[in-house]
Design a protein around this ligand. Sequence first.
Ligand code: 3H9
Length: 698
Amino acid sequence: MAEANRINDVISTGMEGDIALICIDNPPVNATGQAVRAGLKEAMEGLVSEGRAKVIAIYCAGRTFVAGADIREFGKPPQAPGLGDVLSAIEGSPIPVISIIHGTALGGGYELALSTHARVAVEGARIGLPEVLLGLLPGAGGTQRLPRLSGLAFALDVILSGRQVPAKEAAAKGAVDKVMAGEPRDVALKAGQEVIDGTLPTRRTDLIEAEYDRKVIDDTLAGVKKKNPHLISPVKCVEAVAACNLPLEEGLKVERQCFIDCMNTPQRAGLIHAFFGERAVSNIPEAKGDHRPLNKIGVIGGGTMGSGISTACLTAGIPVMLVEVKQEALDRGVATITKNLDGAVSRGKMSADKRDATLALLSTSLEMEALADVDLVIEAVFEKMEIKKEIFEKLDRICKPGAILASNTSYLDVNQIAAVTKRPEDVLGLHFFSPAHVMRLLEIVQGEKTAADVVATGFRLAANLKKVGVLAQVCDGFIGNRILGHYSKVIAYLVLDGASPQQVDDALEGFGLAMGPHKVGDLAGLDIGYMNRQRMKEEGLNPAERYGGVVADRIAEQGWYGRKTGKGYYVYDAGAPVPNEDVAGIIDAVRAEQGITPKSFTEQEIVDRYMTAMISEAARVVEDGTAKRPVDVDMVFLFGYGFPRFRGGPLHYADTIGAAELVKRIEAYAKEDAHYWQVPEILRKMAADGTTFADLNS
Ligand code: 3H9
């Protein structure tokens, strides 16, 4: 800067002729932490009292404009000055102020831009108000100023979706005034000169009257409540926007109150835990070391999983060699991949040309030898140890030195698979979740001998595929399926002991699950669980364990496999599914045979038992090191199992109950079934120490 004046560590000002520049430099994303707010206030006061500048341009250093308030400050005592006050001072400035947006102007960052008198986006920039995704709402004027600039419908869309709006669309809607090319500082000078020349008009947003339509607001509110019956912040967003017909000062008061209401909810804490958790899982040394190349990937198996994995890799631009044993199976695999990509085209996520180019990255073969030149092979065949061993022996012979050999097994012992090769250091588990091109979780399973750069490559693959990679150690089912295997038993016990399947589904949907477990069973096919239980029976059940599968077995034995047969726990005719009356008869008969007198359970009791079972096994998974930290378990459940994001994950939720209460609950349940309900040692210790799972995350 010609005349640089450092206000503090993150804010500096300077003069270039008649143009004053304010630069925000607060890496990584220029969040409006206390130093930024205080520095901006001081810089504005200085420039206004000096009175030399004809225009003030605010821009940012680094990769982006301000990406929002500093989320790390939330939940802590507020520190002056508040962002709202700083922005009101900017809006009230007698010298016109403009903002130069590059990268992303999000949340409080875009609100800063809204308080200035004109917004210039650098080409490629995006704006957005994503607070709703954090259980909040724009709390520094966004709900009041955006409708004034761009109208109610657009403002409601941006605020409720949290989406990032490209500069071009934002300009068309008046949400930015101009799009220019260049470096932010150069654009600041150019745009500043245009303001002086009168070619870039400026205006105060607070003086614009918002167009107002009560019906749009009422309809939006009704839609929001229907779409997200559990969430508080979308309702509060609409409530705040509804105040945009008041004078700005009054509207800001309503917005402030709505913001505080949201800030005080456990949903806000859960969603912010999810935001940081998503980043924390790969913020570990294991993910960061050297990695091996990923220029070509082999996939063995063209079934649902293999096709989904191939689709994910191809979509990320990685060439795939798909191998199957029979031509028909290969054709089916290619057809599934094509269908997956067509789906992306019809949803507007991919152009037809891009689909063709993506498909051109796929080659196929009936010979494993075709995998000789790939960097990574992902085996996705039946869950049978003998078949996997046979494949890995062959891969060991065929694949080039240094190639990574991965299994998509969902529960088998990766060490045993690795042991059949002469290169166990190159073997790991890459557990995708179905549908693999949609679900974001990837469990990266580290075997005893897996090399460090192979694990790091697993994380690199996750990042390339835009998935959330979570490190897991070997055990039956790794993190997710092991925990699922445990808590799914409590669902059967609840039904045996008195709850109806529908009651269980309703209670858990009320807790936030998108679909109750019996509806999920009907969707997945009840024959699958039945076959698994038969296999387990053949292998020998644990006599100490209560067998809960009797009801499910009898339902499947009727040939009622759920949706695909039109009947399961529910009956699927034309309308909404209704509970299958015959299932009630089966349940009554089983209870009578087992001498069970049915109890009644409240919805809360159902949720408590279900969650306590999930938390118990999750705690053991952390205790024995299968998961590195509680946050890893939480992210597995958010990204792989549809656990409600606003609850943060099972162990974040556990902290809201507290270890002492959980121990008390488990001990009470243990009076009915001491084998199933056992207090994990880690939980007992936490109850004694007064510590939480969150303490183990740091
Ligand atoms: C708000 O503004 C409220 C106001 O309305 C009212 C106030 C009164 N704070 O994602 P990345 C960290 S609410 C603190 O990996 P990318 C992030 O944790 C806020 N830290 O990069 C990571 O740290 P680490 C509304 C933040 O390039 C590092 O920065 N705004 C914040 O993939 C890099 O992040 C939002 O919700 C923050 N606000 O994506 C935007 N943002 O390296 C949230 C990021 O230690 N942010 N960090 O792991 C994002 O969506 C993405 O970070 C962004 C960059 C698109 C900006």
